[in-house]
Structure formats: C-alpha cells, structure tokens
Design a protein around this ligand. Sequence first.
Ligand code: ATP
Length: 324
Amino acid sequence: MRTPHDLELARLTKRYGDTVAVDGIDHVFAPGSYVCLLGPSGCGKSSTLRMVAGHESVTEGAIRLNGRDISALPPAKRGTAMMFQNYALFPHLSVKDNVAFSLRMKGIGKADRHARAMKLLELVDMAHLSERLPTQLSGGQQQRVALARALISEPEVLLLDEPLSALDPFLRVRMRGELKRLQRELGITFLHVTHGQDEALALADEVVVMNNAVIEQAGPAREVFNAPKTEFVARFMGGHNVVTLNGARHAIRSDAVRIGPDGLPATVSAVEYQGDRVAVTTNVQGQEPIIAVMSDAAFYATDINPGAHVRLSWDEGRLHRLRA
Ligand SMILES: Nc1ncnc2c1ncn2[C@@H]1O[C@H](COP(=O)(O)OP(=O)(O)OP(=O)(O)O)[C@@H](O)[C@H]1O
C-alpha cells in the first residue's frame, strides 16, 4: 500500500565520471519497514544509501520522503540519519556527549540534550556506561552508541551501511536481533545495506537485490528467496540450483531436490556435511552440477557416496522459470 509517508526513489542515478554506479532506479519503500539492500561488491548499494543520506550528490532523478523532494537538502534537514560501518564516534567525547552531539550543534541546552541522550542510551541498553569514552567500549557497545547517536535526531528513515560487518559472528547474530527489535519499537523505516544473504533474510521485511547498478528483484524476504526471478538472484541468494529444461532456465531449491529411485540419472561428485544437513553434489548430463540438500538423519539412512549412481526428482510446482 502506498502512503504519503513513503521513501521513494525516482529514476535515481549516480555517475562517477564514466562509471554508472546507480542506473535510474525506481523504488518505493513502505514506511515502518525493515529493508535490506543486498548485492555483491560494487553493485551500487552504498552509493544509493549515501545519496539518500545526502552524503553523495544525485546525478539525475529524485529522492522523495513524505512526498517532498529531499535530494538537494543537507543531510540534517532530510528526516534521515545514517549509522556508519566504523561507527565514527568522537574519541574525546563521553558516550553521553557523543549521543547528544547533534543537539549541541543545534544549540539545545546541556540539561535538555543530556536528558534526551540518556533516554536513547536506555533504549539501546547503554545508560549505565554513559560516562565512558568510546575506546573503553567493546565493538558491540560502540555500535549501540552509534545507533543512539543516529536516532537522537528522530529520523523517519535510519540508514545503516554494513552495520554488523565489524562484529564477530556471535555478536553479529545478537546485534541483528537488537536491530530488529529497535526497528519494531520505533516503527520507523530502516534501510540496511549488506552483502550478506543470511543477514538480509533474517532481518528484512523487504529485500531489494541490486546488481550492476540496477534493482534485480525486490519483495518480501521469503518471496525473493523462494521465487527468484533471474539467474543472478537465484545464484546470489544461494540454496538454489539453476537447471535447463526444454530450453528454458529454471531455479529449484536444493532442499526440493530428492534423491530416490526415479528421475534424472546423476552421479554423486561430492558430499558435504553441514551440521544439521548434508549437501550432495551431483553431475547430470547436459546440466551444471545439481545439489540436493537433505537432513543429516535422512542422509545417514542411505549409502550415498561420491561415485554413486543416483536419480534426482522434484515436484514440478517447485520449479521457478527464470527471466532470460
Ligand atoms: N567516489 C567514487 N568515485 C568513483 N567511483 C566510485 C566512487 N564510489 C563508488 N564508485 C564506483 O561505483 C560503483 C558502485 O560502488 P558502491 O560503493 O555504490 O557499491 P557497493 O555495492 O556499495 O559495493 P561494496 O559492497 O563494495 O561497498 C563501483 O564500481 C565503484 O567502484
């Protein structure tokens, strides 16, 4: 549903000299949604985010928020705020003063700005460390402070550029949950750039997949994963095989490929144990290798080994025809 509070990109284009980083993209982001902008390195995601934030000029096109064109406004006047990958905290300021910084720039009195900073520090569970310096904090704690600092201007859209990439895998999963909780509590739009498929699937209400400066596919996370429209999306999201049937390309999820008594003859080339499941790679004449994923219990009930001759099948309904 479209409302006046949408963030809208209209024919948005960014060129750096001869390089087209963003090529006339159109998109409407629903208000209050968690959006992940996903794609390989160099596809144009950061340029898109930086244009929305106002840290990069727009070459052509427009960015509208609440129906007004914000593309020429300075960052602080847009209704957006950005959280950077490296957090960019001021090392000489306490946690509380870091969070209150933009209010100080606006001339808001000390008592007032500290009160507002403490409220946000409570929101991110950092109020007890408000007097510390950034160097006295862990990576995860610094990130919470950076979040509080970005949120103090009460943005309608929070922009996050690879916010979890500096964290170790354990903390990354924990902070992922925190970001989602925060977004729900605040009810504002989060636009989060990542090149991690798992991260996007775990977080996003809407996944926007970019490739070569354009949007390849956008939709609910489950839809983009289950029904990729292009070969690029099928391969990039992972978990799919691309097969050629009657001259047309189709995607089929690896866990929808059955190994059984009937179907396409195949030879097992590799078996990979993945903890709770096992990926069996097979060679089929006239196809690229096809991977079948099964539960470890199902796998160990068979005697499949590299070199085994097997047969592959799937339900027709699980095939998704790909755009040429
Ligand atoms: N300041 C710049 N000057 C010239 N070219 C640039 C500049 N910034 C980005 N580019 C180019 O624009 C294209 C898109 O870059 P962008 O940073 O938007 O991609 P990205 O998808 O965010 O990549 P990554 O995941 O590696 O950050 C790339 O080809 C990049 O080399």
